[in-house]
Ligand binder design. Structure first.
Ligand code: ASP
Length: 350
C-alpha cells in the first residue's frame, strides 16, 4: 500500500498537468496540424483508343507514345505535388499532349472533309461542378485553355466555332494560323479516308483515334476531368462529338467520380457515358471499374467502341475500353505506369 499510494498520486498529477497544458480545443487543433494531407495524389491520362494488336505499332511510334504519356503524367503530377488543384493538373497534362503532334488534339488534330482542323475540348472541376467547353475552334493553340477560360471568365459552359475563337483571342490566349495544326500523317489519313469513301469502303481504322484526356485527385480531395480532340477524320457539316459535351465525354463531381472518354463520339453522347458511369458509382454503389465496364459494354451493344479513364475522390480508379488498345497511364506517389495494349494492367476492363 505505501508503494501504491504515491504511484496513484503521481498518475493523477500527470493527468492533471496534461489537461491543464492542453485544453480540449487546443488538443484537437494540435491533432489537425499534425495530420498529413489525407488524400492520395493521383493523375490518369489517355491519348485515345484504337485498333492495333501488340506488335502492330512501329517500334519507334510505340516508344514515342509511351514517352509522351509519361511526360504528361509527370507534368500533371508536379502540379498536384505542389499542393495544386486537380483541375490545374488536368489542364497542364493535356497541354503537353495537345502540343505533341502524335495525338489528335491541338497540333496533330485530324482533318475535316474540306481539309480544315476543327477542335473540341472541355474541362470540369469536381469540387464546384463548374465546367467549360469549346467546339469547332480553329485558331486556338491549346483548346483546353479556351475551355478553361470559358469556365473561369464567362457565365457560359460551351462556346462554339467563330464565337469561341473570338472569345479565346479576347482572353489573350495564344492564337495561331490554322496551318499550325497541319501534320503530314493526318493529311495522308484524310486522303485515304476520302478514297475509301469514294470506293464505298470502310474508313481506315486509324483515321481518328488520338483524342487526349486526363483526370486527377488533389491533396484537398478534389477531382477534375478534361478532354481535347480534333474529332473524327473527314467530319462534315460542323459535326461535334462527345469530347466537349459535359456528361458525355467529360464529367467530374466530388460526389461520385471524374471521367474522360475517347471513342466514337456519337455513341458516347447517346449513352451520356461519362455521367452514366459516375451515376452508377453514386447511386448503385458500383465499383468504379464495374461502372465503367458496364457503360462501355452497353455502348458496344449500341454499336460504338472506345474507352475511358475514371477516378473517385478516394483514389480508386479504372481504365476501361472496348478497342484493342488505349494509350493510357497513371501516376501516384507509389507508381508511374504507362500502357498501350489491352491486358497490360490489372485496372483494364473488358
Ligand atoms: N470522341 C472523339 C469524337 O467523337 C473522337 C475520339 O475520341 O477518337 O469526336
Amino acid at each position: 500500500m505505501p508503494i501504491v499510494r504515491p504511484t496513484l498520486l503521481a498518475l493523477l498529477m500527470l493527468a492533471f498537468s496534461i489537461c491543464q497544458g492542453f485544453p480540449a480545443s487546443a488538443r484537437d487543433r494540435a491533432k489537425e496540424d499534425a495530420a498529413p494531407a489525407a488524400h492520395k495524389l493521383v493523375i490518369l491520362v489517355h491519348g485515345g483508343a484504337g485498333s492495333a494488336r501488340p506488335g502492330g505499332l512501329p517500334e519507334e511510334d510505340e516508344a514515342a507514345y509511351r514517352a509522351a504519356l509519361a511526360h504528361a503524367l509527370e507534368t500533371g503530377y508536379a502540379v498536384l505535388a505542389k499542393g495544386g488543384a486537380a483541375i490545374d493538373a488536368v489542364q497542364a497534362a493535356i497541354v503537353t499532349l495537345e502540343d505533341n503532334p502524335l495525338f489528335n488534339a491541338g497540333k496533330g488534330a485530324v482533318f475535316t472533309a474540306d481539309g480544315r482542323n476543327e477542335m473540341d475540348s472541355s474541362i470540369m472541376d469536381g469540387s464546384t461542378r463548374n465546367a467549360g467547353a469549346v467546339a469547332g475552334v480553329t485558331i486556338v493553340k491549346n483548346p483546353i485553355l479556351a475551355a478553361r477560360a470559358v469556365m473561369d471568365k464567362s457565365p457560359h459552359v460551351m462556346l462554339a466555332r467563330d464565337g469561341a475563337d473570338s472569345f479565346a483571342r479576347e482572353q489573350g490566349l495564344k492564337i495561331v494560323d490554322p496551318s499550325y495544326f497541319y501534320t503530314e500523317k493526318r493529311w495522308q489519313q484524310l486522303l485515304r479516308a476520302r478514297k475509301a469513301a469514294r470506293d464505298h469502303a470502310a474508313l481506315p481504322a486509324t483515321t481518328h483515334f488520338g483524342t487526349v484526356g486526363a483526370v486527377a485527385l488533389d491533396s484537398h480531395g478534389h477531382i477534375a476531368a478534361g478532354t481535347s480532340t480534333g474529332g473524327m477524320t473527314m467530319k462534315r457539316y460542323g459535326r461535334i462529338g462527345d469530347s466537349p459535351i459535359i456528361g458525355a465525354g467529360t464529367y467530374a463531381s466530388d460526389r461520385s467520380c471524374a471521367v474522360s472518354a475517347t471513342g466514337w463520339g456519337e455513341f458516347f453522347i447517346r449513352g451520356t457515358a461519362a455521367r452514366d458511369i459516375c451515376a452508377r458509382v453514386q447511386f448503385t454503389g458500383a465499383s468504379i471499374q464495374d461502372a465503367a465496364d458496364t457503360v462501355l459494354a452497353d455502348l458496344k451493344d449500341m454499336g460504338g467502341t472506345g474507352g475511358v479513364l475514371a477516378l473517385k475522390p478516394d483514389g480508386d480508379f479504372a481504365f476501361s475500353f472496348t478497342t484493342q488498345l488505349m494509350f493510357r497511364g497513371v501516376k501516384t506517389a507509389e507508381r508511374q505506369d504507362v500502357y498501350i495494349f489491352a491486358g497490360e494492367d490489372r485496372h483494364d476492363g473488358k
